[in-house]
Design a protein around this ligand. Structure first.
Ligand code: BGC
Length: 573
């Protein structure tokens, strides 16, 4: 360990004074997702970094978030924007150093903001020393047993061991070449070929990750968002699997992250949601509980139905699981009421809070998604040739209404950087700028996720809209984003930023996070109307204006003139 990486003597932690006492803070927390490469760039190289984040934390404190979750900043060849980790206990020079991480965490804690980091245990980078050792050691070695190597099928092993497809398109197996230049075994990669899957049946792998957890817990992190938390165990024998035909949110012919959100139980593919994953999290939970201050685990588990997602947050497992069923719900009253009921029921059955989320770095931003007029599969993204492109005005209006609804719900909510500015998906990125492995693995058939990852606009008139001081940007920012820059919205009544800030303020003031939902009768089907404690919430997903009940409007997603117009949400007290 270098001097720089040594822990400072008085590392502020979640138990320090600026943070509210640790008791189950996560049950009601509003957690802001930072995508480090696109948040703020102090070095000016066009890629965001940790010092950039530290310098902008004040604005998140002013917004009123309780915690930040950072997508990966670890040492990585960046084949999948850092979700290909080559060293779990160090920072990629692109993002800074361990000292920068310490400084960022200390500043966040000073501001009363908890820090959650992303853990990527399903796979490492192919450049990780473990995988390099596995390649060098050859078939049958202990080094290979840390990953999922198999002999191929066919006369000379020329066929992959099974028919699984990668989430990013193409086969989920790659054949390696031996030192003698001859083709030999195959390894499994549910994602890009640069992301070999680890074998979680191997005790050695489990022990390494316990050490990784300790490393970051000792550094004062308040929790982990666990990547692909439904994928770490594969069915015995790695049986062939053919996904259902394409349609709705089901991914035809590919190992999509989501098995398809529905109310009914579905057969899980042999690589998702295997029972064996749960014992891993039980072991992690014991470790986290041995640390003070309420450290948490949040599962990225694309599983359905919600009653099954709840298995990830049983009392001795994780604390939270992302509610992707909610994210995938169309902007329609009936569907929203159903998913809210299902979420509260499923999570409270195991004593966990529901979570709510509308956007993240893997999905089309909700200011665009909610106005798409044709089906769009998760992860496929949108681009100039997509059918059913959104009307931006409708999208923003619905996004604001959807957010005002989400932030009124009991439980914990996730916000993805830039949604507080009303950013739409960047649709017109030039092909040459695209970087998502999905784009390359499907030969441009799927645009992938770059459109939701474009660097943030901070100041309308600065280079790269204030993302840095040089104007460099790893993905080009749409010129129209100057109007959405934070400095154009700060303190401006009616702006999206002020809507978010005020919603978070009221949410805290009225303790909405720890409240509950009591449905109100007498509204049309496309209206979502309920009381949460002292607040009445009405969301109109239809087009017809509706009369408002008695009370003072304390928050509204759109201008109100006596009635609640379509695509709008109000809070009244
Ligand atoms: C992350 C993605 C990533 C994938 C592979 C996910 O679900 O959120 O961004 O590409 O895991 O690590």
């Amino acid at each position: 360990m270098s001097n720089e990486s040594a822990l400072p003597a008085a590392m502020p932690s979640a138990t320090d004074a600026a943070l509210a006492p640790g008791a189950e803070w996560w049950r009601t927390a509003v957690i802001y997702q930072i995508y480090p490469r696109s948040f703020a760039d102090a070095s000016g190289d066009g890629i965001g970094d940790l010092p950039g984040i530290t310098g902008r934390l004040d604005s998140l404190a002013a917004l009123g978030v309780d915690a930040i979750w950072l997508s990966p900043f670890y040492t990585s060849p960046q084949k999948d924007a850092g979700y290909d980790v080559a060293d779990y206990c160090d920072i990629d020079p692109l993002f800074g150093t361990l000292a920068d991480f310490n400084a960022m965490t200390a500043r966040a804690h000073e501001l009363g903001i908890r820090v959650i980091v992303d853990l990527v245990p399903n796979h490492s980078s192919d450049q990780h020393r473990w995988f390099q050792a596995a390649l060098a050691a050859g078939a049958g070695s202990v080094e290979r047993a840390r990953y999922i190597f198999r002999d191929g099928k066919g006369k000379n092993g020329e066929l992959p061991p099974n028919n699984w497809q990668s989430v990013f398109g193409g086969p989920a197996w790659t054949r390696v070449t031996g030192a003698d230049g001859q083709p030999e075994q195959w390894y499994l990669h549910l994602f890009d070929s640069s992301q070999p899957d680890l074998d979680w049946n191997n005790r050695w792998v489990r022990d390494q990750f316990l050490d990784v957890l300790r490393f970051w817990l000792d550094r004062g992190v308040d929790g982990f968002r666990v990547d692909v938390a439904h994928g770490m165990i594969k069915a015995d024998g790695l049986p062939d699997y053919t996904p259902p035909a394409e349609g709705g949110s089901m991914g035809g012919g590919t190992a999509t992250l989501e098995p398809g959100i529905s109310d009914e139980a579905t057969d899980d593919p042999p690589y998702w949601a295997q029972d064996g994953v749960h014992e891993i999290y039980r072991e992690w939970r014991i470790l986290l509980d041995s640390y003070p201050g309420g450290r948490i685990l949040a599962a990225e588990a694309w599983v359905d139905p919600l009653s099954k997602v709840a298995n990830w947050v049983r009392p001795d497992e994780m604390h939270q699981a992302f509610n992707f069923a909610y994210l995938e719900t169309p902007w329609a009253g009936k569907d929203l009421r159903a998913v809210i009921d299902d979420s509260i029921e499923a999570f409270s059955a195991v004593g966990a809070p529901s979570t709510w989320v509308l956007s993240n770095h893997d999905v089309v931003r909700h200011a665009s998604r909610l106005a798409l007029t044709a089906d769009n599969l998760q992860g496929h993204g949108i681009g100039p040739k997509t059918v059913g492109l959104p009307d931006q005005e409708v999208g923003l209006r619905r996004a604001r209404a959807a957010t005002a609804l989400m932030l009124s719900l009991p439980g914990s909510a996730y916000i993805y950087q830039g949604e507080e500015l009303g950013l739409p998906e960047a649709i017109d990125l030039p092909d040459s700028a695209r970087q998502d492995p999905t784009w390359f693995r499907t030969n441009g058939e799927r645009y992938g996720r770059d459109g939701c990852r474009v660097p943030l606009p901070w100041e309308a008139d600065a280079p790269a809209f204030g993302f840095n001081g040089t104007g460099a940007s790893w993905l080009p920012q749409p010129t129209g984003w100057s109007a959405l820059a934070r400095d154009k919205q700060l303190g401006v009544q009616g702006s999206t930023l002020e809507l978010y800030r005020r919603a978070l303020e009221l949410r805290r003031e009225h303790a909405l996070g720890s409240g509950d939902v009591t449905w109100l009768d007498g509204y049309p089907d496309d209206v979502v109307a309920f009381r949460n404690g002292s607040v009445t919430v009405i969301a109109n997903t239809g087009t017809k204006p509706i009369a408002l009940p008695a009370g003072d409007v304390v928050l509204s997603s759109a201008p109100i003139d006596g009635e609640l117009p379509g695509d709008a949400t109000v809070w009244l007290v």
